[in-house]
Each structure stands twice: as C-alpha cells, then as structure tokens.
Design a protein around this ligand. Structure first.
Ligand SMILES: *[C@@H]1O[C@H](CO)[C@@H](O)[C@H](O)[C@H]1NC(C)=O
Ligand SMILES: *[C@@H]1O[C@H](CO)[C@@H](O)[C@H](O)[C@H]1NC(C)=O
Ligand SMILES: *[C@@H]1O[C@H](CO)[C@@H](O)[C@H](O)[C@H]1NC(C)=O
Length: 430
C-alpha cells in the first residue's frame, strides 16, 4: 500500500485493494477488527537499527517469516524516517496480519521532561511528517506522541505537554481531512508514584479531541517464577484500569530476570484476570543486544561497523533464541476471543481529572493546556543551580539501550533547590 500525502486518495487506493488488512478500530476501551471480532495485541518491539527498520524489504521479509511463526499481530517501531519509502515493509507485515504502532518522535524532537518541557511548531511539523508518511497504510495500528517522556516521580509538570501534542496531532488529522483518524496514544514509563494519575490525566474529562485514544504502559514488574499476578502488582494495575475509557495495553513488557523468560505474565494478560480490561502486550524486543532482551539474534557484527554501542549484528538471517520458543508456545495457548463489537457497549464513561496534590501530581486539572509554542517556566527561588542527568530511569528491570528515544543523551537543566514549590508557579513564555 502506498503512503501518500493525500488521505482521500489513499482511501480510494485502500478500497480497491481486496487483500488489504482492514484497519483496526476503537470502541470504548477495546480494539476491534473490521469483522467485529476483538483485537488483542500480541506485539514485538522491532527496532533493528537506531533509526528506521522499515526500509529494508529483504530484512523485513526474513523477520516477518519468523514473526508469523511466533504468532505476532503487531510490531512497535520507535523511529522511522519521514522521507523513507515504507511500502515494501508495511506490505510484508500486512500480509501476515501485523499492525504497526509507531512513535512519531525522533531523537531530536521528543518532548522533554526537563529542558524545560515544551511543545512547539518545529516538533509538531516533524511529527506530522512521520504521520503523513504512514497514514495511508491500512495496517498502521496507531501512533505514539511520546515514549517515557516522564521518567521521574517529580516529572508530572511535563504531562500537559504530552496532552497538547495529542490535541495538535488530532487537530491536524481533522484539518487535513484524513480519511481515517489514526489512533493516537502515549507510552508511559512505569513510575509507581505517578500511577494512576498520568494514565487518568491523559484520558480524563469529556473532550476527546485532547485525550489519548489509547494508553500504553511499559512495565517490567513480572519477573519469572518469583512473581505472580499479585506479587507483580498486576492485580492493582488491573483494578486501576477497570474504568478506563480507552484501550490500555503493555506497550513494552518482558522482565528478563531470570532468563530464559517464562512469559507467564501472558497467561494473566490474555486470561480471565485481565483480558476484559487490557488489550494485550508488546514484548521487548525482537533483536538481541547487550541488554539481553532479544527473541532472535543475527550473530555478531564486525566491531568496526557495529552500531548501537555493542557488537550484535542488526540484520541478516534471524536465529530464534530460547525466549522465542517459549513465547511462541505461550502465545499459542492464550487465544482469547473477547467480545464482538456489536455486542459490546462501553460502560466506562468519562473519568475525572486527577486533583493536584503537591509533590505527587503537580498538574492543576482546571488550567488550560499549553498552547503550541509554550514552554514551562519555573519561578525563581533562592538556591544554587543544579545539573541533572535526564537519563536515569526509575522503572525496575527496564532496559536502557540505543533504540529507545529517551536514552538519547544528557540534558542539563538549571533548577533551584526550591523547585517543588516553584513548580506550582508555572508561568508562560511565548
Ligand atoms: C522548538 O524546540 C526545539 C528544541 O526542542 C528547538 O530546537 C526549536 O527551535 C523550537 N522551535 C521553535 C519554533 O521555537
Ligand atoms: C492504584 O491506584 C492507587 C490510587 O488510587 C495508587 O495508590 C496505587 O499505587 C495504584 N496501584 C497501581 C499498581 O497502579
Ligand atoms: C526529582 O527527583 C530526582 C530523584 O528522583 C532528584 O534527583 C531531583 O533533585 C528531583 N528534582 C527536584 C527539583 O526536586
């Protein structure tokens, strides 16, 4: 399927291709196939190269052949080239029933937690280039406006900028008369102190034009035999998502301690415990890297040409690793049928926006979202400026590697010691 800038033309192309995989749609808190059956995501984080893994037809075919054996029906890609031609790879994945969930940001345009947080015209333009490039593909499952933008419990002041990005991406699709409104969501780091406030904030109130269409959680709390539905905290995750008005799923998961992984969490996610609330999971990750989350490897690369900071090859013939075999067996035994679209009526009405709680959730639910170009400014207070490293992550067992956007680098921020109090006095700079 061709990706072209004109959504109307794209729609007519879609209509003439009888073998096209029909887009998934959202009703209430669930995804549905065009035939009305519920879509449960069995996804793989697929980012062979730091930039764009969807340009190499031969490689996509090699990987897709194995993903088909694995039983995957989704991939997640963190970065694509907005000028690249994705026809071949998207078609290859379409042919095996795989939907692509793609991040709109790049290493240079993601919304920063520090810096201070802002959302501007340059970022919007770069995001929409990616969106325009992909919107014509019927198997584009959805887009993320950000991945793990907030990485600390005291980072909540960046949340309105995430929501502003959702608002502007949706407005863009409206303004350009997209034939299909691409589901737009966010992928959150697992920060215990922000649960469930961030999740609720992004989908609260009754103005769907500013709310996420789905919410993804990157979670690495369920680790092998030592963990179960309760020890992992999944019982509470489930409880806290029961009334969620839009689909929620794990946008990254798969704790790798111990290895090989047993993926027992999948039995809960697709089983009676969670399947009524959650829409599935994306397993981190396809390729092997030094962080040891791979389902396959391509052997070792020549150290001289190696990319990504280690010597694992980023392409070639994929060889399944032990985790692949386990996941294949687990996935083949969890096949929920869910509910059909016409029988389903969502009873999850609008949820209320979390109240501002000093030191925990520093977002006033009554204040307007930032306008395009607005930057958070923290009021001055006494104290020496501090330098802070933004690469720290608070999520246990979570991977840190080259392909994920927010491990990109060090951001130096000047802050002062009375910061938390000052956060409440966010001013506007145009
Ligand atoms: C938007 O912010 C980026 C930094 O994230 C900056 O490079 C760019 O110049 C800004 N654009 C505008 C229009 O202010
Ligand atoms: C569930 O929500 C409560 C507050 O309503 C919060 O204290 C708790 O940490 C949340 N648990 C999880 C696992 O998200
Ligand atoms: C935010 O939390 C981090 C630790 O998680 C701490 O290093 C930093 O100083 C905090 N920032 C402020 C301004 O309180």
């Amino acid at each position: 399927m061709k990706a072209i800038g004109l959504p109307i033309l794209a729609a007519s192309l879609l209509a003439t291709s009888s073998l096209a995989l029909e887009p998934i749609t959202i009703k209430g808190s669930k995804f549905f196939h065009a035939d009305g059956s519920q879509y449960f995501m069995k996804g793989i984080a697929y980012q062979r190269s730091p930039f764009d893994p969807l340009l190499d037809k031969k490689q996509c075919q090699l990987d897709a052949d194995l993903m088909k054996q694995l039983g995957a029906n989704a991939i997640r890609v963190y970065h694509v080239d907005p000028d690249g031609n994705h026809d071949d790879c998207m078609k290859i994945f379409e042919d095996i029933g795989v939907y692509a969930f793609i991040d709109l940001d790049t290493f240079h345009t993601y919304i920063e937690q520090d810096g201070p947080p802002h959302w501007n015209e340059t970022q919007l333009t770069e995001y929409t280039k990616v969106l325009d490039n992909l919107a014509g593909y019927s198997n584009l499952g959805g887009v993320f406006v950000g991945n793990e933008i907030i990485t600390r419990s005291n980072g909540s002041f960046a949340a309105p900028y995430i929501k502003a990005a959702v608002r502007d991406i949706k407005a863009y699709m409206e303004e350009k008369k997209f034939a299909r409104k691409i589901p737009t969501g966010y992928s959150a780091a697992d920060i215990a102190e922000l649960r469930p406030n961030l999740q609720n904030y992004l989908a609260c109130g009754d103005d769907s034009s500013v709310n996420v269409d789905f919410f993804g959680l990157n979670a690495y709390e369920w680790c092998g035999e030592a963990t179960d539905y309760h020890v992992s905290g999944y019982d509470m995750l489930n409880k806290n998502a029961t009334d969620y008005p839009v689909p929620i799923f794990f946008s990254e998961t798969g704790c790798n301690v111990p290895t090989p992984r047993d993926f027992k969490d999948q039995f809960a996610i697709f089983g009676p415990e969670m399947r009524d609330v959650w829409s599935g999971a994306i397993i981190y990750e396809w390729i092997q890297e030094d962080n040891n989350y791979g389902l396959v490897d391509y052997g070792r690369a020549d150290p001289k040409t190696a990319i990504g900071g280690d010597t694992w090859a980023r392409g070639g013939k994929p060889t399944p690793l032990p985790d692949f075999t386990v996941l294949k067996s687990v996935w083949s035994s969890v096949t929920p049928s869910g509910i059909s679209k016409d029988k389903y009526t969502s009873t999850n009405g609008p949820i209320s926006c979390p109240a501002s709680t000093s030191g925990i959730w520093n977002v006033d639910p009554t204040s307007a979202l930032p306008t395009l170009g607005q930057t958070a400014v923290f009021a001055e207070a006494s104290g020496d400026p501090v330098e802070r490293d933004s690469t720290a992550t608070t999520s246990t067992g979570a991977p840190a590697e080259t392909s994920r956007p927010n491990s990109a680098g060090k951001v130096v921020v000047v802050l002062n010691s009375c910061f938390m109090a000052a956060v409440l006095a966010v001013a506007v700079l145009l």
